[in-house]
Design a protein around this ligand. Structure first.
Ligand code: AMP
Ligand code: ZN
Length: 114
């Protein structure tokens, strides 16, 4: 499958990894929108949050949310952070592999849409 983030997971495209476990990979966004901007992705290829969330898909998403507090602690985001996922055209999703933007390191705008 020609998927940018699957290639990043496999190491075929370089990335700056901040966390990895059996089900999850996290790396710095190439075009940061905040002092800390990390993408947290399931290793299982899911197109977006709009995909049916059951079985292994649900387990993949659950693993992402188990990883996020660990990543936040590692990146010293104790003052808080934001998690965003874009879906489809109106959501301005550019990469069709489910990913969660983890943003922090400063007080974020109340209505920031990434
Ligand atoms: P979205 O617009 O929600 O689909 O987000 C895709 C994100 O992937 C954007 O924030 C991009 O800056 C980021 N991105 C695209 N290519 C790379 C890459 N090779 N390494 C890291 N981040 C990337
Ligand atoms: Zn993929």
């Amino acid at each position: 499958m020609d998927c940018l983030f699957c290639k990043i997971i496999k190491g075929e495209i370089p990335s700056k990894c901040v966390y990895e476990d059996e089900k999850v990979y996290a790396f710095h966004d190439i075009n940061p929108q905040a002092p800390v901007h990390v993408l947290v992705i399931p290793k299982r290829h899911l197109g977006s949050a709009d995909e049916v969330c059951e079985g292994e898909n649900a387990a993949a998403v659950s693993a992402v949310f188990c990883a996020i507090p660990k990543i936040a602690e590692k990146l010293e985001l104790g003052d808080g952070y934001r998690v965003i996922t874009n879906v489809g055209e109106n959501g301005c999703q550019s990469v069709k592999h489910l990913h969660f933007h983890l943003l922090g390191g400063a007080k974020l705008p109340e209505n920031m849409g990434i």
